[in-house]
Design a protein around this ligand. Structure first.
Ligand code: ADP
Length: 484
């Protein structure tokens, strides 16, 4: 199959500016989660292909790309962003088909990718060092330099958004990238490589090697020629990658998901909160690192919030990506089975409401019934473990101290929100919540390309998005000149 309108053959890798078959010649089937059919064959890249990609990235760094000024790098990123905007519909269709997400979500992802490229394109020449007052006769200053070759191992839930925030920031700082997209969804990563090539990104600056995590991914994270790894995915693989990179003393940025709470106090504007309470849990079928899977509600408004969320859940419909409903299928039957395993663990819980899978959804699709549980004990597995499906739990609390204890009572710490009209409480909660991002009277801030994002605890470490990512994708050099 060729990816129209880009005419890319996904059974190839993109290395050194060219489309090349993996050295083994092996491919893997790519499944459409909406109907279970095979979409196409993708390259099964392995260690030898990763090697070739790293060599290509090194060559780019010692060539034209290594000499490009920050302004030149920024201009290329802006050009790529512009080219992405010329192909919103095509990219959205591709992402929807590959991941199984509703078209409107896929479209939002393309626009976010373009925004990242605009943002990092504009930021590339605005990263300044400092001068540091020091001893008599010295001038001391700092330089921000690229790491060199950066490895990017990304998941299947938001390929375009994650490419934007990690590859975008890495290129802005002058690194050369090797990208290993997920085996479940890699088509837009390949399409992006072609768009970037056509927009003038020099050969070798971005290389894409699809393949299995245990093969191409493991080879990339262990490669001695890679100087920084950014990984978004599961906690288990994150730990492996940190260990592997640790053996080479290579820095890692890990974004590993969460169990993010929204805390609703008696004095909250419930009408304003409601759409956020549900949408933040079911967006992308709950397959979102920052999904809000726990809703903590104070006793005074508890019954009201449970009833209103239940009413919304009863209206939720899951169906094929092309039908553009509230929820698509999960990315794979494997993922569906994991989520169904969690639902079975919830058999002892109070079922507040369920949505529906539409009757014409193909039986082979990876659909899960959207499910809302109430009165959930904070230590229940469904209130502690990341489910990564359209499942939310509602937990009651009495007062602020209990809300904080429950909100902070998991091993994760990615995002949290507080719904209250009391300004002092908002400020207290913002400080007390253990999370990389805290939202007051909203959730997610509409994506927030500009807003630093990252975790505490098992949610990972390092910050992506915003200006902060540029520091992560660079290293600081201190220059001390003595000029007596
Ligand atoms: P999920 O469970 O959500 O699929 P994973 O953490 O398994 O998330 O996958 C995220 C990314 O990590 C994918 O690109 C996958 O191929 C890659 N990956 C999986 N296992 C490994 C591994 N052992 N080493 C490096 N990358 C891996």
């Amino acid at each position: 199959m060729s990816i129209r309108p880009l005419n890319i053959d996904p059974s190839n890798c993109f290395i050194a500016g060219a489309w090349v078959a993996p050295l083994s010649g092996d491919t893997l089937p790519l499944i459409n989660p909406s109907d279970g059919n095979t979409l196409c064959e993708i390259a099964r890249g392995q260690a030898a292909d990763i090697d070739a990609a790293v060599v290509a990235a090194e060559a780019a760094l010692s060539g034209q790309w290594g000499k490009a000024t920050a302004a030149e790098r920024g201009r290329i990123l802006a050009k790529i962003g512009h080219a992405v905007l010329q192909q919103v519909d095509e990219l959205a269709k591709l992402e929807a088909m590959d991941v199984g997400k509703p078209l409107k979500q896929a479209r939002a992802d393309v626009l976010a990718l373009a925004r990242y490229l605009e943002f990092y394109g504009g930021a590339a020449d605005k990263v300044h060092g400092e001068t540091i007052p020091y001893l008599d006769g010295y001038t001391v200053y700092t330089l921000r330099e690229p790491h060199g070759v950066t490895g990017h191992i990304i998941p299947w839930n938001y390929p375009m958004q994650i490419i934007g925030r990690s590859v975008g920031a890495a290129l802005a700082m002058g690194n050369a990238c090797v990208l290993k997209p997920a085996e479940e969804a890699c088509l837009t990563a390949l399409a992006f490589a072609e768009i970037a090539r056509k927009a003038g990104l020099p050969a070798g600056v971005l290389n894409v090697v699809p393949g299995l995590g245990a093969e191409a991914g493991a080879a990339l994270s262990a490669h001695k020629g890679v100087h920084h790894i950014s990984f978004t995915g599961s906690v288990g693989v994150g730990k492996l990658i940190q260990q592997t990179a640790g053996a080479n003393v290579v820095p890692v940025t890990l974004e590993l998901g969460g169990k993010s709470p929204q805390v609703v106090f008696d004095d909250a504007n419930i009408d304003a909160a409601l759409p956020f309470l549900v949408n933040a849990g079911i967006q992308n079928a709950g397959q979102t690192c920052s999904a809000s899977s726990r809703i903590l509600v104070q006793r005074g408004v508890y019954d009201q919030v449970v009833a209103a969320m239940a009413a919304r859940y009863a209206e939720l419909r899951a169906g094929p990506a092309s039908a553009d409903l509230d929820i698509g299928p999960l990315v794979s039957v494997r993922q569906k089975e994991i989520v169904e395993g969690f639902l079975a663990k919830g058999a002892d819980l109070r079922l507040a409401a369920e949505g529906q899978i539409v009757s014409d959804a193909p039986a082979e699709g990876a659909y899960v019934v959207p499910t809302l549980f109430a009165d959930v004990p904070p230590d229940h597995p469904l209130a502690q473990d990341e489910i990564f499906g359209p499942v939310q739990v509602i937990i009651p609390f009495e007062d602020e101290a209990e809300a904080i204890a429950i909100a902070n009572g998991t091993d994760f710490g990615l995002v949290a929100s507080c719904w209250s009209e009391n300004g002092a409480r908002q400020m207290r909660m913002a400080r007390a919540l253990r999370a990389g991002q805290v939202f007051i009277n909203n959730y997610g801030a509409g994506g927030g390309v500009e807003l630093p994002f990252g975790g505490r605890g098992l949610s990972g470490h390092g910050r992506e998005k915003g200006f902060e990512a540029l520091y992560g994708f660079s290293v600081l050099k201190t220059v001390a000149a003595l000029h007596h």
